[in-house]
Design a protein around this ligand. Structure first.
Ligand SMILES: Cc1cc2nc3c(=O)[nH]c(=O)nc-3n(C[C@H](O)[C@H](O)[C@H](O)COP(=O)(O)OP(=O)(O)OC[C@H]3O[C@@H](n4cnc5c(N)ncnc54)[C@H](O)[C@@H]3O)c2cc1C
Ligand SMILES: NC(=O)c1ccc[n+]([C@@H]2O[C@H](COP(=O)([O-])OP(=O)(O)OC[C@H]3O[C@@H](n4cnc5c(N)ncnc54)[C@H](OP(=O)(O)O)[C@@H]3O)[C@@H](O)[C@H]2O)c1
Length: 326
């Protein structure tokens, strides 16, 4: 059963700045693959415990998916991206996001936050940047890890390997591919960076996830025409309720699930009825889906769509389409 997250990380929760802890050679040796948010959390925990480890990151900076134009060449971050849970919920439990951040931090603020995390807990020198793990295989009771970096290929042995390589670097295209021929540009949301790619073009956005709605919102601003194609509807929650980040109103974990479902239902129903504009009506109640209800800056797109619909220049379609797979 889904439960609301009861926590919020407050400024007073910050752990004292750490100085490097000497690794204890009696401990098993570990290797961490990736220095995105997951790899950083693992690295900080091992570092604090004195576990000897190496962290390898193929890019030249920490933060993974949150680094715009990440030199690792696989980040899906785009210009308008901001977090969809508020800062006090997104933050590591012992490292609040800066007090002067907006309720939903922008991607550059999130990336800066990860940089600050590495320095605060003093484990930067444990990360080897610009180095890709190209092979991991069993070697006795441990693991053999092969890396490739500026100084060539190296093989090292570890007792444990923590794989924190993310998964959004691997765009998922429709399979089987859409039938027929399309001579326009097809792009996965993974390769979307900014509205400049859509400016003055006729754009079809496929999907009802956060990527699709963010991109449709931006297309609504800059494209010549925008069609949003959804094979099924999703509930859309506003990011703010009563002037507060909506997830700050989450109920404590001990409350029964029906109370949270009622809150989600209220939030979804007061966010505007996308079905009235021609988008598919969700086939489930808010909070009753295994997928999460989304929180995106969709409002102005819906508003824009409604306005344009009156003029008959834009459409929301409930049909398969070819152009952008989200
Ligand atoms: C557009 C978008 C928006 C999102 N928004 C949110 C949000 O608002 N809130 C939220 O909680 N989550 C969000 N997510 C989910 C997001 O994936 C997580 O926030 C987070 O980035 C996952 O961290 P990670 O460390 O697992 O992966 P990543 O951030 O992808 O980091 C993986 C790291 O591993 C490195 N790596 C990969 N393979 C190797 C290798 N072989 N050798 C060395 N290094 C390697 C990569 O270079 C990268 O730095 C979003 C995802 C996307 C795509
Ligand atoms: N911070 C943010 O604002 C933000 C922005 C972007 C992404 N994210 C996060 O990144 C992760 C991925 O999000 P995402 O939106 O990229 O992916 P997603 O949530 O998996 O959504 C993919 C969408 O594409 C549709 N789809 C998939 N295959 C299709 C096909 N063959 N034909 C038609 N439609 C198809 C899906 O429809 P069905 O529902 O019918 O399967 C779904 O609506 C999520 O965790 C999300 O929260 C966050």
């Amino acid at each position: 059963m889904m439960r609301p997250m009861p926590y919020a990380v407050r400024q007073r929760d910050v752990a004292p700045a750490a100085s490097p802890v000497p690794p204890n050679p009696a401990f098993p040796r570990a290797c961490i693959i990736g220095a995105g948010s997951s790899g950083l959390a693992a690295a900080k925990a091992l570092h604090a415990a004195g576990v000897p480890f190496d962290c390898f990151e193929q890019g030249s900076v920490p933060g993974g998916n949150w680094v715009y134009d990440n030199p690792n060449d696989v980040s899906a971050c785009y210009e308008t991206l901001q977090i969809n849970t508020s800062c006090p919920r997104m933050a590591f439990s012992d490292f609040p996001m800066p007090a002067d951040y907006p309720p939903y931090a922008r991607h550059d603020q999130v990336a800066a936050y990860f940089e600050a995390y590495v320095d605060h807990f003093a484990f930067r020198e444990r990360i080897t940047f610009d180095t890709t793990v190209i092979r991991v295989s069993r070697a006795g009771a441990g693991w053999e890890v092969v890396t490739h970096g500026a100084d060539g290929e190296h093989t090292r042995h570890y007792d444990a390997v923590l794989i924190a390589n993310g998964h959004h670097w691997d765009p998922r295209w429709p399979d089987p591919a859409y039938p027929g021929r399309f001579d326009g540009e097809q792009m996965h949301s993974h390769d979307y960076r900014s509205g400049d790619q859509l400016r003055d073009r006729d754009v079809v956005v496929v999907g009802s996830g956060n990527s699709a709605l963010d991109i449709a919102s931006e297309a609504g601003r800059v494209a010549r025409s925008t069609v949003l194609s959804q094979r099924r509807g999703q509930w859309v929650l506003r990011k703010f309720t009563l002037g507060l980040a909506s997830d700050r109103l989450a109920l404590p974990g001990w409350m029964p699930w029906w109370a949270t479902r009622a809150r989600l239902r209220f939030g979804a129903l007061t966010s505007g009825d996308a079905a009235r504009l021609g988008l598919p009506r969700p086939d489930h109640a808010p909070g009753a889906s295994p997928r999460h209800t989304m929180e995106v800056d969709f409002d102005h797109y819906l508003w824009d769509l409604a306005r344009e619909r009156k003029r008959g220049t834009r459409r929301a379609e409930n049909a398969p389409a070819r152009a952008v797979a989200a």
